[in-house]
Design a protein around this ligand. Structure first.
Ligand code: ACO
Length: 441
């Protein structure tokens, strides 16, 4: 390949390629560009000599590396857009139900009437859990974090369903999908009841997905639990908003662990563990703790000062992808008021609103493009509905299960995917000889 001067006629010709000049050798390479992306493996031909391993790209935390091709979800972080399979999140939140959205996310199209009826019936008929799972739950300490219980019991499901190992069998995958989406609320609700020392409430298959979840959480002596329709719908919308968010930390865990061809329960346990962290799904819990720590509207400026000094994070603000208002946060803020109309106003909302007001005007947040994310207002809703803060990440994990399974299945069926195995840039010692203990200083 002959070198081309930048700005020359040849350089001006448009082609879907990237020309790289290696100034170490003077060699030039032309690399195909597809979907505004180059293949990292195309860099490997760039070598100083034949013994050279070849060029790699270094991208800690994958901030600019696409690890897959996906048709599930689309985010435009600059414009604040989120779509599932092409459908805007705002429309789904207004018109769809969680189970319908889960079907869309998994199978790519909105279901027909009969498909939706079958799908809902199949999920509903997989809501019960094996009685032995209750024994695991009983083994947890009374104040065990429900996320820890959820992670452990989802993993335990793999021991009850060894057929789940048959991951390349579509019938088996479909069955595990029903079981996972059906049983996650039951595991979550049982974990919650265990923490209260209250008897477990079995699923009521006459109720909706979110209505049944409320039943398993809150039913006491009623012969038949009737969820408040506003709360039931609010929870269902929150489930829709949390169903998928493309290649986030937990989906990446699902894909990465699933790429070893382990069963989907074990992979879902890994994804749930990833979601537990305070920088991911655990952030909604941290937002509530932060608002309680701030304590009053008057204390907000002092707290923001600490954030700007790097002593604290403003939890529920910032996002790796959204550099504009998170579209989910806007919907959540509206739902918050609907829930407050039923349950009473959560006094922490005033502190949250003041945090948002100051942050949206302050140079520190404006220049870093830090806006409220989905977690900023969800905690206030959950608290108003009567959930303890430890349940907040659990409320995220339940709906995200459909997204995780869709991502997992897409990965399994993608012929380009293999076991996930990143490279490293080794910067440690070169070879050295073992030093006997008596010679070490
Ligand atoms: N409060 C204060 N400063 C912040 C915040 C925040 N919440 N988020 C980012 N920043 C600052 C960083 O300190 C950094 O400043 P610098 O350039 O002076 O060093 C700058 O903004 C860029 O931030 P990064 O940490 O590089 O952004 P990254 O994309 O790695 O992090 C993350 C994204 C993890 C979400 C981050 O914004 C954060 O920690 N937010 C708080 C936790 C949170 O709400 N997580 C929920 C995310 S949504 C979800 O998972 C569902």
């Amino acid at each position: 390949m002959s070198p081309t001067k930048p700005g020359s006629a040849a350089a001006g010709a448009t082609r879907d390629t990237l020309t790289i000049v290696d100034n170490r050798t003077g060699r030039q390479y032309e690399i195909p560009v597809k979907n505004d992306t180059i293949r990292a493996l195309d860099l490997r031909q760039i070598k100083v000599n034949e013994a050279d391993f070849g060029m790699m790209s270094y991208d800690p935390a994958f901030t600019n590396t696409a690890s897959c091709m996906s048709k599930v979800g689309f985010i435009d972080g600059d414009k604040g857009i989120l779509r599932y399979r092409g459908y805007p999140i705002e429309e789904l939140a207004e018109k769809s139900s969680y189970l319908e959205t889960a079907y869309l996310i998994l199978y790519g199209e909105l279901p027909t009437k009969s498909q939706l009826a079958d799908w809902s019936s199949n999920i509903t008929h997989h809501t019960f859990i094996h009685e032995s799972i209750k024994k695991f739950l009983d083994g947890f300490h009374y104040d065990a974090h429900p996320m820890g219980m959820l992670i452990s019991t989802v993993a335990a499901l793999s021991t009850f369903y060894p057929d789940a190992k048959d991951i390349f069998n579509p019938d088996s995958r479909r069955k595990q999908t029903y079981r996972l989406i059906g049983k996650m609320p039951t595991l979550a609700a049982f974990a919650y009841r265990h923490s209260l020392g209250m008897p477990y409430v079995y699923p009521d298959n006459d109720l909706s997905y979110s209505g049944n979840f409320l039943n398993m959480l809150f039913r006491t002596t009623e012969l038949q639990y009737r969820p408040n329709p506003t709360l039931e719908r609010a929870l269902d919308i929150l489930f829709i908003l949390h169903a998928d968010h493309e290649q986030n930390c937990s989906s990446t865990a699902m894909r990465g662990v699933g790429s070893s061809q382990v069963d989907p329960y074990s992979a879902t346990a890994a994804a749930t563990a990833a979601l537990y962290g305070p920088l991911h799904g655990g952030a909604n819990e941290q937002v509530l703790r932060m608002l309680l720590e701030i304590g009053s509207v008057n204390e907000v400026p002092a707290y923001v000062k600490k954030v700007k000094a790097g002593e604290k994070l403003l939890m529920g603000f910032g996002h790796r992808v959204y550099k504009n208002y998170d579209p989910r946060a806007r919907i959540v803020k509206r739902i918050a008021y609907e829930v407050f109309d039923v349950m009473g106003r959560n006094p922490l909302i005033d502190i949250a609103l003041e945090c948002e007001r100051i942050a949206l005007e302050d140079d520190y947040f404006v220049t870093r493009r830090l806006y409220p994310n989905v977690d900023f207002y969800t905690g206030l809703i959950y608290q108003a509905m009567g959930f303890p803060v430890t349940m907040f990440p659990v409320l995220f994990a339940i709906p995200r299960t459909s997204g995780w399974i869709a991502q997992w299945e897409e990965m399994l069926l993608d012929s380009e995917q293999k076991i996930a195995r990143p490279r490293q840039v080794y910067i440690g010692y070169d070879q050295r000889s073992y030093i006997p203990l008596e010679h070490r200083s």
